[in-house]
Write a protein that binds this ligand. Structure first.
Ligand SMILES: *Cc1c(COP(=O)(O)O)cnc(C)c1O
Length: 413
């Protein structure tokens, strides 16, 4: 058994919950693709019966993420120490919602990931009769007003996408537990990874990740996880993971575990590079405004510093508003070469996107306006390339953007 409970996160990402395979000594877990396992006598088995319920490769990943998030559930109490892997981030969110009875009341952050919003509003309202209130949880009085004694779940996402609002998890928990002691506090921590932020340490009951993003980090797996440190909650999630059945495949589990080995070095590079880029953008003549939790100009910078490990690492996501209008934004996005124009985030390669046209097109125009997702908002996922090359690339974009609006008019376009 590994003994990494006191180790730093850079050691945990390599060893937590791992041990050599007993027969060969293989240091990485074999990809066990078998759907079923031989029994010696009816009901007498090794602990593995059927892969939806038990799979050693998935368990290896699940133990890893559980320990990275700080769950201290021992394997004797829960086979995967409170970690559960799913076929996507949205499948993980779906499983969390299955903890609720039909008709329950849920309070959600207003600016949640578009797919989360869609599942809440367009699926769960109809199929589970859930009632949702969306509130800006950076304002604690709004949380106070929205939570009722019978509220079943509070869904926090922090930082949010793409406006990077930061929610004080411990403060929300305090308000929630005083008004609704049985209410579950769930945190979507996708944007930070457990290297930068560990919500269970701030009082969350469940943390969720789209492992598609930073945890896997190589843009070649779609997956999700839930982690809890509470034994009773772990038992309920384990039951639902098997009963509803959207489990992560053994191959994707292996790939994700492989990606996680470099999570700490990747995140440290994302933090350092994005901080430098954000500071430079803030001074650029073509930039209206930069939103980055690591900047002292960020409205919740103090909460961010309190809640974040790694000396307040701001993560790899930067949002900024370019001067001008859609023409300037478009010219900028077309000119960059190192940043790839694509949806998604959290990989080793830098991506750039235009939320109003791309990831958030499904959000109604008036709600986009309310959230501040304008035509000049550009979102960067800063990868781990050389910072100097990324800066030079952004300069190329700004050169192309300069006067893009007026030249279009002059050319009669
Ligand atoms: C991508 C994402 C999800 C959904 O995860 P999938 O793996 O795409 O299903 C949920 N929350 C956040 C913050 C995300 O970025």
């Amino acid at each position: 058994m590994d003994d990494t409970s006191k180790a730093g996160i850079g050691t945990k990402v390599i060893h937590a919950g791992q041990r050599p395979e007993p027969i060969t000594g293989a240091v990485m877990p074999p990809i066990v693709t078998s759907s079923t396992y031989a029994q010696r006598s009816p009901g007498e088995h090794t602990g593995f019966e059927y892969t939806r319920s038990h799979n050693p490769t998935r368990y290896a990943l699940e133990r890893m993420v559980a320990k990275l998030e700080g769950s201290d559930l021992p394997e004797e109490l829960d086979a995967s120490c409170g970690g559960f892997a799913f076929s996507s981030g949205l499948a993980a969110i779906g499983c969390a919602l299955e903890l609720l009875d039909a008709g329950s009341h849920v309070v959600s952050m207003d600016d949640v990931y578009g797919g989360t919003n869609r599942q809440f509003q367009r699926v769960r309202k109809r199929t589970q009769g859930l009632e949702f209130d969306f509130v800006d949880m950076t304002d604690m009085s709004k949380v106070e007003r929205a939570v009722r004694p019978e509220t079943g779940m509070v869904w926090i996402e922090t930082p949010t996408n793409p406006t990077l609002k930061v929610v004080d998890i411990a403060a929300v928990r305090e308000v929630v537990k005083s008004k609704a002691p049985n209410c579950l506090v769930c945190v979507d921590g996708t944007f930070t990874s457990p290297v930068n932020q560990r919500p269970l340490e701030h009082g969350a009951d469940i943390v969720m990740h789209s492992v598609t993003k930073y945890l896997n980090g190589h843009s070649d797996v779609v997956g999700g996880v839930l982690v809890t440190g509470d034994p009773e909650l772990a038992e309920r999630v384990r039951f639902l993971q098997n009963a509803v059945g959207s489990v992560m495949s053994p191959f994707d589990s292996y790939m994700t575990l492989r990606g996680i080995k470099t999570l700490a070095v990747r995140i440290r590079q994302h933090n350092a590079s994005a901080q430098e880029i954000a500071e430079r953008l803030e001074k650029h003549e073509m930039v209206e405004r930069v939103v980055y939790p690591g900047l002292s100009s960020h409205p919740q910078h103090a909460v961010h510093r309190k809640q974040t490990a790694e000396g307040g690492g701001g993560g790899g996501m930067i949002t900024f508003f370019i001067k001008g209008g859609l023409a300037e934004a478009r010219a900028f996005l077309e000119a960059v070469r190192v940043f790839t124009l694509a949806e998604s985030l959290g990989g080793v390669e830098s991506l750039i996107e235009h939320p109003a046209i791309m990831t958030h097109a499904s959000v109604p125009a008036e709600m986009r306006e309310e959230l501040g997702i304008s035509d000049t908002l550009i979102r960067l996922s800063v990868g781990v390339e050389e910072t100097a090359d990324l800066m030079a690339d952004l300069d190329r974009g700004f050169e192309a953007a300069k006067g893009a609006g007026t030249s279009a008019v002059a050319a009669g376009v």
